[in-house]
Design a protein around this ligand. Structure first.
Ligand code: IMP
Length: 497
């Protein structure tokens, strides 16, 4: 597949403009053949992507997608903006080794944030106790890792290399975390600490809650494994700017960003391109093209939080967030669903099935809904107009495609700084506050579907007219500049516009 990259471009970034899961992996994989250095800048084991090796699909959460190119001498970097759970990182290394994949050029930022078992326990206990206020986190300790960093009680990857500092840091964090966890039901804490994800109780201490020695011993062991990879990657990457071809890989999506996402139903890292640049060791100005990715004319969301265009509304949210809902159960209960079903809940299931929208990390069904221009306009405030549309083939069979052009507010009077919103007000640009957004209803413009396969299309001018009409409409409405359109999972199913 020939990549069309303008002359002089040395640094490219990909970040998602929706709620994550927009197919970043495919693009990073594609562009890693061009790049010399691939840097993952943000997030932690909450993200997930699969790489195909000899007919097998391997799930990676922390190691960048470019690792398949290691044998070609390409450098992969886990950047300083990331939250690193060393257990997961070591397991991924082991998996690569088992499949005879090399990681000779892999680096891990010494100042990436180190996730501790205390933080995973706090994440899980907090969610178990939150009832209706749940965020629906991935349970990977992300919130507590980043918040401990901001509170200055977190550890860094480099601490793994200095046993005395590691011991002192673990002790301090255990003390801090224990104080927080004492305010919860002890039975919940005990149950969480005995979950398989937390080693079936290896860090549990019957009186003190955490066994500091057990944590330290494990982390020293991880330190010995990760030692050869730990580097000052910020400095390394900065020295390569303009000299080598850099590819920055984001995680999650701008609408989940800790500062500008749909607060408070968000993740805890910076998922915009600015956050990605910083987390990769760069300034935003170092990035020559920042591609924002979104799914072509539909959206997904995992976990709790407002989603105005969700097919099936609350029913879908409850179904997808019920821990008993699995893909198998959904297939058994709803074997024959269609993307043209008049019942929106069933239509949403059909979109999920066609788009294979089940979480790579948690396996949860992703909530599905229509393309939302007010949310895109909001996300674009923190990105550039250069965009990539993915997964367009998912809508091939749709009779009609709904595009949300405005939000209609339907809730109680709401002050937003100097503005006052009342029921009936319409918005072109979404307000990313969950308490407001949950009352926003979509105002749709309906377009006819293209009703044909996109297979074999390699030029933008050969895209079906109905598809181009919607794309042109989105361009006119938002000022986006589509650079790439993805019409299938394969590398070849990528169109440079
Ligand atoms: P956390 O990042 O595990 O704390 O979860 C916070 C919110 O972000 C939850 O609603 C998650 O479902 C969502 N989230 C985190 N990572 C991803 C991702 O990679 N894709 C989609 N949603 C995510």
């Amino acid at each position: 597949m020939e990549l069309k990259i303008p002359r002089g471009i040395r640094t490219i970034a990909f970040n998602c403009l929706q709620f994550g899961d927009t197919g970043k992996g495919k693009l990073v994989d594609l562009f890693s053949s061009w790049a010399d250095i691939i840097i993952r800048g943000t997030g932690g084991a909450n993200a997930g992507h699969s790489i195909e090796v000899g007919g097998l699909s391997l799930a990676l959460h922390l190691i960048p997608c470019g690792i398949l190119q290691d044998g070609l001498g390409k450098v992969n970097v886990g950047g300083s903006g990331m939250a690193i759970d060393p257990r997961i990182f070591c397991e991924e290394l082991e998996m690569l080794r088992a499949h005879k994949l090399t990681f000779n050029n892999l680096m891990l930022a010494l100042n990436a944030k180190l996730t501790l078992p205390t933080q995973i326990v706090r994440d899980r206990v907090g969610e178990a106790d939150a009832g209706k206020g749940k965020i629906g986190t991935t349970g990977r300790g992300i919130g507590p890792t980043y918040s401990d960093h901001a509170l200055r009680v977190g550890l860094f990857v480099n601490d793994l290399l200095n046993p005395d500092i590691l011991v002192a840091g673990v002790k301090a964090n255990v003390e801090f975390s224990t104080r927080i966890l004492r305010s919860y039901d002890p039975a919940i804490v005990k149950e969480v600490m005995h979950q398989q994800y937390l080693g079936n109780g290896v860090f549990w201490h019957p009186e003190k809650m955490f066994d500091v020695d057990a944590i330290v011993q494990k982390y020293l062991e991880y330190g010995r494994i990760l030692d050869p990879l730990i580097r000052d990657t910020d400095k390394y990457v900065q020295q390569k700017v303009g000299r080598e071809k850099l590819l920055c890989e984001g995680a999650q999506g701008s609408l989940l960003d800790v500062d500008v996402g749909t607060r408070p139903k968000i993740t805890s890292s910076n998922c915009t391109v600015d956050g990605l640049a910083k987390g990769a060791g760069l300034n935003r100005s170092h990035i020559d093209i920042a591609y924002g990715i979104f799914k072509g004319f539909y959206m997904t969301r995992v976990g709790a939080g407002p989603f105005p265009t969700e097919c099936g509304g609350m029913m879908s949210e409850d179904w997808c967030n019920d821990s008993k809902t699995t893909r198998a159960k959904e297939e058994e209960l709803y074997p024959d669903v269609s993307v043209n079903d008049k019942n929106e809940f069933l239509q949403g299931i059909a979109l999920r099935r066609v788009g294979k929208e089940y979480g790579a990390t948690t396996k949860r069904p992703r909530r599905t809904g229509w393309f939302d221009l007010p949310l895109l306009r909001e996300a674009l405030r923190w990105g550039s107009p250069d965009v990539v549309l993915t997964k367009l083939d998912v809508l091939n069979d749709c009779d009609e495609i709904k595009v949300c052009v405005q939000h209609r507010y339907d809730g109680p009077a709401y002050r937003f700084g100097d503005k006052l919103f009342q029921a009936g007000d319409r918005l072109d640009v979404a307000i990313p506050a969950a308490e407001f957004l949950k009352y926003c209803r979509p105002v749709y413009q309906v377009f006819p579907g293209w009703k044909k396969s996109l297979k074999g299309i390699t030029k933008a001018e050969d895209l079906p007219e109905e598809l181009s009409t919607i794309l042109d409409f989105a361009i006119a409405q938002t000022g986006i500049r589509p650079g790439i359109v993805s019409v299938g999972a394969d590398r070849e199913e990528t169109i440079f516009v």
